[in-house]
Design a protein around this ligand. Structure first.
Ligand code: DGL
Length: 276
């Protein structure tokens, strides 16, 4: 049975930090009527090098926080949390929850022609093997090559997208992928879509890059339609509300958000997430 939440209730989106704003960007573009509440766990980032137990404990706290905002659905923007905690978080609440891994895996399985797919992400995401599992659920004969690229996150956060250090990191992490026969590569971490052009020019035009953030926004739209929760009644002159929360001081958050989003973020509220 569908849960009867108000259609104009916000969607909760969360990430280990600011990277999940790449998912928010896609939601703003593809679901322009929806109100959003975003939480970035900037005090405890990165999750990608943490243990499964810690990632689960942190993400349960965030789901409890988002529930206090009466969200109608939750999007786990973080690939690491989606890979390791989605099933557990679904048991914690009746609010529909989606992650970014399955939508990304599905599209990769659909677009690969030679059935050889690469996936890059954090250490925890790659170690979980969840992308591989989902891709092979769609087509069991797809070969998956996975590689953790931990330096990409700090490089993006430092604004080093066009820096030569990033060129070296791309070559260091991706030279084996480049020599392999993959025809599709999943950017399986929140920050990597911001390296899209760099990775595309390194890997070559013939490689199809999959951005799970985009696929997740489309899956969210479908979920809201199925549950009759889509906010379609656009009131004249009414713009959606976007509320941002973080667990650390907001200065860096604000600068990053304003470099990523098609929206000017003026205010970020600090939250003590350990209280939840
Ligand atoms: N948000 C994380 C992810 O998508 C990257 C940053 C982190 O390690 O926490 O996997």
């Amino acid at each position: 049975m569908d849960i009867d939440y108000r259609k104009d209730a916000p969607i909760g989106v969360f990430d280990s930090g600011v990277g999940g704003l790449t998912v928010v960007r896609e939601i703003m573009q593809n679901l322009p009527n929806e109100n959003l509440v975003y939480f970035g766990d900037t005090a405890r980032v990165p999750y990608g090098s943490k243990s499964v137990d810690t990632i689960i404990r942190f993400s349960k706290q965030i789901v409890r926080f988002l529930q206090t905002k009466n969200v109608k659905a939750i999007v786990i923007a973080c690939n690491t949390v989606s890979a390791l905690a989605l099933d557990i978080l679904r048991k914690e609440t009746e609010i529909p929850i989606i992650g970014v891994v399955k939508p990304g895996a599905k599209v990769a399985a659909e677009v690969t022609k030679n059935k050889k797919v690469g996936i890059i992400g954090t250490e925890a995401t790659v170690k979980s093997g969840v992308y591989t599992k989902f891709i092979q659920q769609y087509h069991s004969d797809i070969e998956v090559l996975a590689k953790a690229c931990p330096l990409f996150v700090p490089l993006v956060e430092e604004g080093f997208v066009d820096n030569r250090i990033t060129s070296e990191a791309i070559d260091y992490y991706l030279h084996e992928m480049k020599q392999s026969e993959i025809d599709t590569l999943i950017l399986g971490c929140t920050h990597y879509p911001l390296l899209y052009n760099r990775v595309k020019s390194y890997m070559g035009e013939h490689i199809c890059l999959v951005n799970p953030a985009h696929e997740t926004a489309l899956e969210l739209k479908q979920l809201l339609q199925e549950k009759n929760l889509e906010n379609i009644q656009k009131k004249e002159g009414k713009i959606p509300t976007y509320d941002f929360y973080s667990s650390d001081a907001p200065v860096r958050f604000k600068a990053f958000a304003n470099s990523v989003l098609p929206y000017s973020v003026d205010w970020i509220e600090h939250i003590n997430i350990e209280e939840f």
